[in-house]
Every structure is written in structure tokens, then in C-alpha cells.
Design a protein around this ligand. Structure first.
Ligand code: ADP
Ligand code: MG
Length: 304
């Protein structure tokens, strides 16, 4: 089993009577892309701020690379790079100059290294342009380039794609995937958008009102619970009749030019066999359950 490199232990933040984060326990393992999900106000940013030692927990602790944040403070964050807000740059200066100034705060940094990371995030050809001419997506990527200078082992991003247009979102998503695959970095990213996490994360945790509602592998979570399957076959009306003779498939009904059946996802192969053995041509079987419905159900408390 791979190492846990980040762990929150009963992490709690109380603002007056409001529990923004309530005894949260999550674990991020090396190499994962960990999706930290929840609707607005769920407590994601508060959790991330505590992890980054920007605010202090009311109760609990964070363990990073085996070190207690309470004990080690900022030293525990040496191998961590984070973008928590819209990164602030000097607008009238170029990306290169911004990287020199902001990246050189701790120790001097060479232009070669800066260019390597600007290249990495796809900004090399714009390195000389004033940052105020950058789009929001380019700003986000420059923010990433800046933290990459640190060569962090763990990257923490608070809603990295919020406010971006679809193209910008895609670029940031792809960049995160590349960093994870090629650079071997572990990524914790928060989002209020399920489909985003669904696309790139390997693990996820959903929080609501500061409390962990569900956690696990994205793959396993998607398989869980009841779902629907959309079937495309050559003779849909006959296939519906046939399916309804089996009490497992009583919900079968025509849907558009296909058939919908309520069914657990792990029983899809069995359904396929039934149809094929009865002489139907099955062109496709598409699970209809998305993480989105799962997420909504959870938050509404139907499935907790
Ligand atoms: P998210 O990032 O998931 O949208 P936040 O962590 O920003 O959620 O907020 C969680 C809850 O804590 C919200 O109810 C928010 O209003 C509250 N909160 C956050 N920061 C503060 C603060 N500085 N003072 C009081 N309440 C706060
Ligand atoms: Mg937030």
C-alpha cells in the first residue's frame, strides 16, 4: 500500500456557533489525484487553509509527510505547493519577471529554470508579455508554474478551474493530469463540480456542512448503488417485452430509440448475456448513473 502523505485528524474549525469543518478525517496517498468535493460553503477552503497553516484549527491536527503541522508549523509544508486563490501577480511586468521576483523570494532562481516551468504550463511563447494581458486561465497556469519552481511533491489547488471558460478548464485539467502522470506529484484539488473531479481524480471525498459524507476511489463510488442502463438493440419493443418476463428487469421501458432499465452496474454483463442469448443484437449498454446524481442524493441525505 502506498504511503499516506497527508492526513487530517479530527480537523475542526469553529466560527462562533458555526462548525465550518467538523472532525474531518481524510487521507491522501502518494501519487493520487484526490478530489475534495462539496457544494459552496461546505468547508473546502477552510480545510485547505488549515492544511496550509494559514488559519489554525479549533481542534485536531494535520499530518504532512509524517510531520504534525501543530508541532512543525511551516516546516511541514516544505514539499507542498499550493494555489488557493486567484494568484496575484504584478500586471505590468512580464511572466518571466514575475517568476523571477516571486519565485526568487526564498532562493535565487535562474531564467533557465523559470523558462522550463513556463514551458511546462504552455506559457513559454508569452513569457515576455505583461501579465495584465493574460486570460484568467493563463493566470492560473502561471500560478502553477510559480509553485512548480519549488518542485513540490504535493500540490494543493483550491477550485483551480472555477471562473474559467470550458477551454481554460480543459487546459488546467490536462495540465494537472500531466503533472500527476509525468511528474509523479500528488494532487489535492477542491471543486464544487462533480463532473470535473470525475474526469481526473482517482480518489475523492465529499463534504457537506463541514462533515465527511463519503470517501473512496472514484471508480468504486461510481459503481455503487442503484443505477440505470441505456440499451441500444435492434428490436427494442420486443426486447422490452422479453426483459419484463424476468423480475430483475421489470423496470425496462422504451426510452428514445433505446431501452432504459434500473439496474446495479455490476449486473450489466448479466443483462447483456440475457439479451444476446435470446437472440437480440446489443449495440450498446451505457450506464446512466453519474457521480452528479450520486452527489446530489448524498447531499440531500437520501443515501448517506
Ligand atoms: P467552501 O470553500 O467549501 O465553499 P468555506 O470553507 O469557504 O466553504 O466555508 C465554510 C463555512 O465557513 C461557510 O459557512 C462560511 O460562511 C464559513 N466561513 C468561512 N470563513 C469564515 C470566516 N473567516 N468567518 C466566519 N465564517 C467563515
Ligand atoms: Mg471555497
Amino acid at each position: 500500500m502506498t504511503d499516506v502523505i497527508l492526513r487530517t485528524i479530527n480537523l475542526t474549525k469553529r466560527y462562533k456557533s458555526r462548525l465550518a469543518v467538523d472532525h474531518l478525517n481524510i487521507e491522501v496517498r502518494e501519487g493520487e489525484i484526490f478530489g475534495f468535493l462539496g457544494p459552496n460553503g461546505a468547508g473546502k477552503s477552510t480545510t485547505i487553509r488549515m492544511i496550509l497553516n494559514l488559519i489554525f484549527p479549533t481542534e485536531g491536527d494535520v499530518e504532512i509527510f509524517g510531520a504534525s503541522l501543530k508541532v512543525a508549523g511551516h516546516r511541514a509544508l516544505e514539499n507542498v505547493g499550493a494555489v488557493v486563490e486567484k494568484p496575484a501577480f504584478y500586471g505590468h511586468l512580464s511572466a518571466l519577471r514575475n517568476m523571477e521576483i516571486l519565485g526568487g523570494l526564498q532562493k535565487p532562481v535562474t531564467r533557465t529554470r523559470i523558462m522550463k516551468y513556463l514551458e511546462r504550463v504552455g506559457l513559454a511563447d508569452r513569457a515576455g508579455d505583461p501579465v495584465k494581458t493574460y486570460s484568467h486561465g493563463m493566470n492560473q497556469r502561471l500560478g502553477l508554474a510559480l509553485i512548480l519552481l519549488k518542485e513540490p511533491q504535493l500540490i494543493i489547488l483550491d477550485e483551480p478551474t472555477t471562473g474559467l471558460d470550458p477551454q481554460g478548464m480543459k487546459e488546467v485539467r490536462e495540465l494537472i493530469l500531466e503533472l500527476s502522470r509525468e511528474g509523479g506529484v500528488t494532487v489535492l484539488l477542491s471543486s464544487h463540480l462533480l463532473y470535473e473531479v470525475e474526469m481526473i481524480a482517482t480518489q475523492m471525498a465529499i463534504i457537506h456542512h463541514g462533515r465527511l459524507r463519503v470517501g473512496g476511489s472514484v471508480h468504486d463510488l461510481l459503481k455503487q448503488g442503484p443505477s440505470e442502463v441505456l440499451i441500444k438493440t435492434d428490436r427494442p419493443a420486443e426486447a422490452v417485452k422479453f426483459l419484463r418476463t424476468n423480475e430483475s428487469y421489470m423496470s425496462a421501458a422504451i426510452h428514445g430509440d433505446g431501452i432504459k432499465v434500473a439496474l446495479d452496474q455490476d449486473r450489466i454483463p448479466e443483462l447483456n448475456r440475457h439479451l444476446v442469448n435470446a437472440g437480440f443484437n446489443v449495440n450498446s449498454l451505457v450506464p446512466q448513473r453519474t457521480l452528479e446524481t450520486y452527489f446530489l442524493n448524498l447531499i440531500e441525505g437520501h443515501e448517506a
